[in-house]
Design a protein around this ligand. Structure first.
Ligand code: ASP
Length: 434
């Protein structure tokens, strides 16, 4: 994409975001017109942007990972790149989740006057029956393990389960790289398919401004900015402060330490992807834009980006990990349950696992949060107020979309920083990148 068209697109996406928020706020509380049970803004956003992007996700993940692996080629180099990538994902998620846990314990947004706590808790009743979550830490591991060992790659493709597809693509990519001359045609074919898909991505990306406009208008129309001032305000503030510290301080520091590049220049170069993440609430749907920006303006190597970004969109979720920790501790505080150090450690571990297991789709973090609540519940021996009912999640559902926009942007930013760092270990051949 040329410099001029990139700038134009960025401006258009920004206009889409701002105009969507204004239109949504203006329409907030008015009678809504519904198509097929959904607000028409959402239907329009889905048709214009989300569905075309989703259409690209599976083929893009498949060919991008194979092409990344075969480009790296040398198995020992692959080991180094793979190892560094995994260490990066785990270390940054752990930093995010620890930051969230410290902040929520310190700010204590759930320790409110008794009557306010009571009103909020009543919201829980409207979410689902008073079922209690008591699944163990084991289910967090099993959730990931099942996804990691696929049995039917086509089934994973049909059900859009990226982790299984990535595992297969890594294995197949390794085999194609090991095959030497015998598998050269297949390697070239996969690389060519990847390039073709990226051309398609660049066409679809022009739909982003309009799609983002409708999706943001829908979110703001539904929630309204005034929810920010309610008793949930401090909870939202805690999540947002945590995301800001992680996105503007921690990750830039990590990037600077490991690549010596100016992190804010790189953040600016990745702006299209970050804004698309805010607009779509989905790191998977943003993946095509993330790859395009990282390999274009961001100056990441294809070897690094093709491998780090698809895997990152699926398992590396710093924003989600931080958010899950804050949300769970907040809910426990609201129900009068103060977590002890050991229980906070369980929150840190399970929130990281729950974030790894969460799909890169809207509200996925809200769903996998049940795992974190369950793990803490099974450790609440003898607490007079516990365990926490799953229905408590109903309290934070209303404001989740706004937080989802921000945590998805941090998730995508974390992936991009990873790709930039790994570019140092795996640069493209000068001939290849020319
Ligand atoms: N929406 C997030 C993402 O796609 C996942 C989540 O936290 O709900 O990255």
């Amino acid at each position: 994409m040329t410099h001029r068209s990139t700038n134009l697109l960025t401006i258009l996406i920004l206009i889409g975001l701002v105009a969507g928020a204004l239109v949504g706020e203006f329409a907030h509380g008015s009678t809504t017109s519904v198509v097929d049970g959904e607000h028409w803004y959402k239907v329009a956003g889905d048709i214009i942007l989300i569905r075309p992007l989703k259409l690209l996700i599976i083929p893009l993940i498949f060919f991008s990972v194979i092409s990344g692996i075969t480009r790296i080629g040398d198995p020992s180099k692959l080991g180094v790149v793979g190892g560094a990538t995994l260490i990066y994902y785990l270390a940054t998620m752990f930093m995010a989740v620890s930051l969230g846990t410290v902040l929520v314990t310190w700010i204590s947004p759930g320790i409110l006057p008794q009557e306010v706590q009571e009103t909020l808790r009543q919201t829980a009743g409207s979410f689902s029956a008073g079922e209690t979550a008591t699944r163990s830490l084991g289910s967090a591991w099993m959730n990931i393990l099942y996804q990691l060992v696929p049995v039917n790659i086509l089934d994973d493709m049909v059900k859009v389960r990226p982790l299984g597809i990535i595992v297969f693509a890594i294995a197949f990519g390794l085999a194609l790289a090991a095959g030497g001359d015998k598998t050269k045609t297949a390697r070239d074919l996969c690389n060519a398919c990847f390039e073709g898909l990226m051309i398609l991505v660049r066409w679809v990306i022009w739909l982003t401004p309009i799609g983002v406009f409708f999706l943001v208008a829908w979110t703001v129309e539904k929630i309204g900015f005034n929810s920010i001032y309610g008793p949930l305000g401090w909870y939202m503030a805690t999540v947002l402060i945590g995301l800001a510290i992680h996105g503007f301080i921690v990750l830039p520091l990590v990037l600077y330490l490991f690549s010596r590049k100016n992190p804010f220049t790189f953040m600016w170069q990745m702006k299209r992807a970050l804004m698309t993440a805010v607009g779509t609430d989905s790191s998977s749907a943003t993946l095509p834009v993330t790859i395009d920006s990282a390999e274009g303006e961001g100056g990441c190597s294809k070897r690094a980006a093709n491998f780090v970004l698809p895997l990152g969109a699926t398992i590396n979720m710093d924003g989600t990990a931080l958010y899950e920790a804050v949300a769970v501790v907040f809910l426990f505080q609201l129900f009068g349950i103060q977590l002890e150090f050991g229980q906070l450690v369980i929150v840190v571990i399970t929130a990281t696992l729950a974030a790894i297991g969460a799909a890169g789709i809207p509200s996925a973090g809200l769903v996998t949060m049940v795992i974190v609540i369950s793990a803490v519940n099974t450790n609440l021996t003898g607490s007079p107020n516990g365990p926490l009912p799953v229905a408590a999640i109903g309290i934070i559902i209303g404001v989740d979309r706004i937080l989802d926009m921000c945590r998805t942007a941090v998730n995508v930013w974390g992936d991009a920083v990873g790709a930039k760092i790994i570019t140092r270990i795996a640069p493209d051949d000068p001939l290849e990148s020319a």
